[in-house]
Write a protein that binds this ligand. Structure first.
Ligand SMILES: Nc1nc2c(ncn2[C@@H]2O[C@H](COP(=O)(O)OP(=O)(O)OP(=O)(O)O)[C@@H](O)[C@H]2O)c(=O)[nH]1
Ligand SMILES: [K+]
Ligand SMILES: [Mg+2]
Length: 371
């Protein structure tokens, strides 16, 4: 692919190769029938708390040091690579929420053998609500080049790494992570029908046909509502893509110059830290909190003041009064009459609302039950 000139004439050829790569990546990561290596599942660590965050990165970038400093849990730290060989969980108490933080093995080795840990790391990463990709500030440029090279290469290690990038790292430039705005519908006959509501420069009918052909799909409607890439189409066809927000924590900034630090600080989604010297760990937590997109709701028992110590944590995508009730008790809705809400989602102080009402961060809620 690196050797192929990129132009209209080769676009469908490149699209085809991309689809082939996507299929190979999926095979590498699919559980092996032979067993051994835990059937490709993640590490056996029980989910706990309100949200889960994973530490992913090359060996010895300081993932374990970060876990230790952020959670007070012990995970072995050493100057040699592959110190951590399993998944070590810790808990961060932040703004009343309990966030489970997972320390994971460095990703190159596991990826290299094509089974075992590399796959386990990825499987575990897929269970996270946010991923902290830890980079070493001394070699961010080499790492970045490595990633680019991996993407273009063909080896198992490369393919595995590219998978990570596709699944976890290739995020839209904006913070809100959205799946591609593209409709793909299979049908029984009529061939491949390709429409676009915007002028598209990256995909044409030939390329779409080539990609679909790779999946043995000969009849489908594909419609774009933005300038989609071949990778976006492949993501939608594969259908198993996850969109997990990630923060790039550039660690060991105690080793770089102020000039270098200023550049790192400007890059989108980057957060410079020194785990060892505990520099900017607050900044990292703040960023992770922002990307987790959580809502804190305080309960107010009748005739008492709100409980500000122990908020109910909801996802910003599921934050109705109903979601709130379900979180407190599964039978709560049966007795629900209405709720009183104080805070930015309320028009009055308090506002009387039904269970469809959407709550905002730091709202206070009192549930009024049927008598
Ligand atoms: N200078 C400096 N060194 C650090 C920092 N954080 C970690 N280190 C050192 O980097 C080395 C690797 O740290 P680890 O925490 O073991 O790294 P890891 O990513 O968990 O490594 P693996 O588990 O082997 O993948 C150790 O020698 C740490 O003391 C930092 O902020 N600054
Ligand atoms: K290490
Ligand atoms: Mg480690």
């Amino acid at each position: 692919m690196a050797r192929t000139q990129k132009n209209k004439a080769t676009a469908h050829h490149l699209g085809l190769l991309k689809a082939k790569l996507a299929k190979l990546r999926r095979e590498i990561l699919a559980p092996t029938s032979k067993g051994g290596g835990g059937a490709g599942e993640g590490f056996d660590v029980t989910k706990s708390g309100d949200s889960r965050v994973g530490l992913v990165g090359f060996p010895s970038v300081g993932k374990s040091t970060l876990l230790n400093k952020l959670t007070g849990t012990f995970s072995e730290v050493a100057s040699y690579e592959f110190t951590t060989l399993t998944c070590i969980p810790g808990v961060i108490k932040y703004r009343g929420a309990k966030i489970q933080l997972l320390d994971l093995p460095g990703i190159i080795e596991g990826a290299k053998d094509g089974k075992g840990r590399g796959r386990q790391v990825i499987s575990t990463a897929r269970t996270c609500n946010c991923i902290i990709i830890v980079l070493d500030a001394i070699k961010p440029i080499t790492h970045k080049r490595l990633i680019e090279k991996e993407l273009e290469g063909f080896g198992i290690r490369q393919a595995c790494f590219a998978f990570l990038i596709l699944f976890l790292f290739s995020l839209p430039k904006n913070v809100s992570v959205q799946p591609p705005n593209l409709t793909f519908r299979r049908k029984d006959k009529g061939g491949i029908n390709f429409t676009s509501t915007v002028s598209n420069t990256l995909l044409d009918l030939e390329t779409v046909k080539a990609i679909c052909g790779e999946y043995r799909i000969h009849n489908a409607d594909v419609s774009l509502r933005y300038d989609a890439t071949a990778d976006d189409l492949i993501d939608v066809i594969e259908g198993n893509r996850m969109y997990i927000p990630c923060v790039y924590a550039v660690n060991k900034i105690d080793q770089v110059t102020l000039e270098e630090l200023e550049i790192l600080d400007k890059l989108p989604h980057y957060c410079p830290v020194s785990a060892h010297l505990e520099w900017n760990l607050d900044g990292l937590l703040e960023k992770v909190w922002e990307y987790l997109d959580l809502v804190r709701v305080y309960t107010k028992p009748k005739a008492m003041s709100p409980d500000y110590e122990d908020p109910v944590i909801l996802s910003a995508k599921k934050r109705t009064v109903e979601d709130f009730c379900l979180r407190i008790h599964k039978d709560m809705l049966k007795q629900f009459k209405y709720a009183l809400v104080w805070g930015s989602s309320a028009k009055h102080k308090p506002q009387r609302v039904g269970k469809e009402h959407e709550l905002d961060d730091e709202d206070v809620v009192q549930i009024i039950k049927k008598i």
